[in-house]
Ligand binder design. Structure first.
Ligand SMILES: [Zn+2]
Length: 449
């Protein structure tokens, strides 16, 4: 009899083990809290959980602070889920949690039958600072006159926790740059009322802190309407063959309309994206002084934001805006820098041909296109009127001229304002002087001179 029970006992043990074994594993779940800052606000973040064994069974996330424990999430998983990305947004107001230090604790349990069927358990904890207070951003420039398609400057002061700020209009964002004032956290932002944003759009000053809390304030402005010209441009087969085909990079293409669109639309888009990319590297100080200069002895031949409809074989095939001035003098005329700055781009740029872009700081840049020769290189410091090279007709050009563009954070703006001493004084210098008076200049080195 004793033998029988011993045998039965063994059978039960082995049977049980055979039943349990596949559901047992010793790998604990993995937890990765994707927070790049200890400051946690309204900005959502991810928590990655995984289990390479039997899969996840339950994940819970709690927030612990002096007033107790708050459950943020408690999630059960069906069998076999190996990984999950949980997007967390702490709605502190709804949960009634206060600002300050807290602990974020994530517990993940897997489906293993180990530990009396309770599974392997991993606990990950992270000390955080709950910050749900939006940053401060006070607009200092409340009178703003802007020409449609033109530029503007506003100054503002933020709380010190701000990590990103600037002005938005439509889909456009213009970053602010810290000014050189005795008082910190005073910013300048040059922005545009873009030629392609309908009149009446609201302009907002936005500021964001490290925890992702945002503040938005309305920027009051008065918009002066500018009538931009519309024109039709007839395109000849000669022009497509001799100028556009080489630019298209498709020597075998015979469909003229295709070649035209490849250059005038696709390549233009690509080139304008490059201009924007170059602008993003702008220096955080004003590198220019006084009004910008028009190319000496030149006439403006094509205007800013002219809407051009391109006609080929009596059919309108494309519509584009001309985002600068065409300035013509004589062939191979020396091109002068419009103002002082640093060469940010020097080389071939598609429809603009051989091109130089000068960074004038805080997002403002000038572009010189269709050049025959370039005499400067990236990184060169240039003075106003310094020769950059000679005019030509490289790129999408029908004759020798300079294509001159002014950009604010990569958005083309009306160049004429920057040639206008009075406009610069009223719209830029006056605002900076007012801020200098209010906040003081930094040391003896006043960069905003
Ligand atoms: Zn042009």
């Amino acid at each position: 009899m004793g033998r029988f029970f011993t045998l039965l006992f063994l059978i039960l043990i082995i049977g049980g083990a055979v039943y349990i074994y596949p559901k047992v594993e010793w790998h604990s779940p993995g937890i990765d809290i994707k927070l790049d800052s200890d400051d946690v606000g309204v900005k959502p973040f991810d928590v990655l959980v995984s289990d390479i064994g039997k899969g996840l069974k339950n994940v819970s996330i709690v927030l612990i602070n002096e007033s107790g424990e708050t459950v943020i999430l408690n999630k059960d998983y069906p069998e076999g889920v190996k990984a999950d990305t949980i997007n967390i947004q702490i709605d502190a107001k709804k949960l009634g949690i206060k600002n300050g230090p807290a602990e974020l604790r994530v517990t993940a349990v897997d489906g293993s039958r180990l530990r009396f069927f309770s599974g392997n358990r991993t606990v990950a904890s992270r000390k955080i600072n709950l910050d749900l207070t939006p940053p401060a951003a006070d607009l200092l420039s409340t009178e703003n006159y802007i020409n449609y398609g033109g530029s503007a400057l506003v100054l503002y002061k933020t709380s010190p926790d701000v990590v990103k700020s600037g002005v938005t209009i439509g889909d456009y964002f213009f970053p602010g740059y810290k000014g050189k004032f005795a008082e910190d956290d005073v910013y300048l932002v040059f922005f545009a009322y873009p030629y392609n944003v309908p009149a009446g759009e609201s302009i907002a000053l936005i500021a964001e802190d490290g925890a992702g809390n945002k503040k938005s304030a309305n920027v009051p402005y008065t918009l002066k309407d500018i009538a931009y010209r519309k024109s039709n441009l007839n395109i000849s087969t000669d022009f497509i063959e001799n100028v556009m085909l080489p630019l298209s990079g498709e020597s075998g293409e015979t469909d003229y309309k295709k070649i035209f669109l490849k250059v005038n639309s696709d390549l233009r888009k690509k080139n304008d994206a490059k201009i924007k990319e170059v602008s993003a590297g702008s220096k955080d100080e004003i590198l220019w002084k006084g009004q910008f200069h028009q190319l000496s002895n030149s006439q403006v031949e094509a205007n800013f934001a002219d809407e051009r409809t391109y006609i080929f074989n009596e059919e309108p095939i494309d519509k584009q805006y001309h985002l600068g001035y065409d300035l013509a003098v004589t062939k191979r005329y020396p091109i002068e820098a419009a103002n002082s700055g640093i060469v940010a781009y020097a080389g071939e740029l598609g429809i603009y041909g051989n091109t130089v872009i000068i960074d004038h700081g805080m997002g403002v840049s000038t572009l010189y296109g269709h050049m025959s020769t370039i005499d400067v290189k990236v990184g060169d410091k240039v003075k106003a009127d310094q020769i950059l090279g000679k005019t030509g007709q490289t790129g999408l050009a029908a004759g020798d001229h300079l294509h001159y563009g002014v950009y604010v954070s990569g958005v083309a703006v009306r160049p004429v304002e920057w040639w206008d001493d009075k406009w610069i004084k009223d719209n830029v210098m006056l605002k900076i002087e007012q801020a200098n008076a209010e906040f003081g200049t930094k040391g003896s080195d006043n960069a905003q001179n």
